[in-house]
Design a protein around this ligand. Structure first.
Ligand code: SF4
Ligand code: SF4
Ligand code: SF4
Length: 385
């Protein structure tokens, strides 16, 4: 179970592609946070991940501290088997000073997701302060503090039409930074033309070439989305239980107390059609079913598609980004997903063929849990399946 607290709509940056809408200050109150944690703890779960999102959550580190203390106390007070508790911070890292880093170090299980789009030029093109100044140097300073305290972090980069060409360079820049995972994902709100998708295809091949070299040099790095594309092949598709349940196994609470299926859908908190409850009403199962049904229209659209088991078409916030409506996608999704799959297969086929020891160890000897009914199979071209 994952509870996301959308701590504030305010942010200290003004990234040009920000999908969370206008910046305004509406901070989450302590009371809202407590009620959100209480609601989450009423759900059946073995783990509870409490994730901080915004806006920039580190604008409100007192609330973050209070949440940690409250959640730990509330979990301990539960009768019977207590869920394990983890904390996730989604941050632009520009406010990640010693105080913030100390807060996330120590015995508690924290993972920090840091937004970083690649090398300085690509990053500073979009991820800027209100003054227009790029934020690359500030992010580097924040990452240094995480590394010094051995706090695990993942790097999350946005691929825009204007930065797609720099993807190979992005992987080259991000790979040595010490992240446990590097996640690069396309901005589906961008206007992807035939030409920009072609640029992306070429850049994914270049990124794949950098990734292959890392494996050959003995470094196994989970590079998304290519990593998941290899796993979906090995596991025989994305298993239903791990498909997005639109609020079934995670939800996000806005400062207003309104509840959304996913943090990516909160925006300015005006999309009534995506709300699945409030802290006053609790989660409304009929709303969750309604949204799930709307989203699942995609299953019918995608039914005849050869790569449907490897495609992230089930992600509702991609539908919203592409078409503004759940259950409606556009050809952009197909083009970008098939580009991801082709790039992943090219890497996997080559490294499997040459029996690269790091690659084989990482994908075949680790205990990935196969999908229900799935088996780990030999890598083969998805196109030939
Ligand atoms: S750091 Fe995140 S919330 Fe802030 S402007 Fe950039 S994308 Fe938006
Ligand atoms: S590639 Fe397109 S049609 Fe195929 S599963 Fe993905 S979204 Fe659906
Ligand atoms: S809508 Fe997409 S990003 Fe959001 S929870 Fe579902 S799969 Fe994840």
């Amino acid at each position: 179970m994952e509870l996301t607290l959308f701590v504030d709509h305010q942010c200290n940056l003004r990234c040009t592609y920000c999908y969370t809408g206008e910046k305004f200050t509406r901070a989450m109150s302590t009371d809202t946070m407590r009620r959100a944690v209480d609601l989450a703890l009423q759900q059946p779960m073995a783990h509870l991940d409490v994730s901080f999102f915004g806006g920039e959550p580190l604008l409100h580190r007192d609330l973050v501290r209070e949440t940690v203390a409250y959640a730990e106390h509330a979990v301990q007070a539960l009768p019977g088997r207590q869920p394990t508790l983890r904390f996730l911070m989604n941050t632009n890292a520009t406010l990640l000073d010693d105080d913030a880093a100390d807060m996330m170090s120590g015995p508690r299980a924290w993972t920090v997701f840091v937004s970083l789009d690649g090398a300085r030029e690509a990053h500073d093109r979009h991820r800027v302060h209100a003054s227009g100044k790029g934020s690359f140097d500030d992010v580097m300073a924040g990452l240094g503090r995480l590394r010094a305290r051995k706090i695990p972090f993942q790097l999350v980069g946005v691929i825009s039409t204007t930065t797609a060409a720099y993807l190979g360079e992005a992987v080259r820049t991000l790979a040595p930074m010490g992240a446990t995972k590097v996640i690069l994902s396309a901005n589906f709100r961008d206007e992807w033309t035939e030409e920009s998708v072609e640029t992306l295809r070429g850049a994914l091949r270049e990124a794949g070439a950098v990734w292959k070299e890392l494996f050959r040099q003995g470094t196994a790095l989970a590079l998304e989305p290519l990593h998941t594309k290899i796993l979906t092949h090995l596991k025989g598709g994305i298993p239903c239980p791990s498909r997005c349940l639109m609020g079934g196994s995670e939800f996000c609470v806005a400062p207003s107390g309104r509840i959304y299926p996913c943090a990516q859908m909160v925006g300015e908190d005006t999309a009534d059609e995506l709300v699945i409850g409030t802290l006053d009403t609790g989660l409304i199962p009929a709303r969750i079913t309604e949204l799930q049904t709307a989203k699942d229209r995609v299953e019918t659209i995608c039914e005849p598609c050869a790569i449907r088991d490897r495609c992230q078409s089930h992600c509702g916030c991609r539908h919203v980004a592409l078409s503004g409506r759940l259950g409606e996608i556009t050809a952009t999704l197909c083009e970008i997903e098939s580009a991801y799959i082709d790039a992943a297969d090219e890497v996997a086929e080559e490294l499997f063929e040459e029996q690269c020891p790091t690659f084989i160890d990482y994908y075949y000897k680790k205990s990935w849990v196969p999908a229900r009914g799935g088996v780990l199979t030999q890598l083969r071209r998805s196109r030939d399946d």
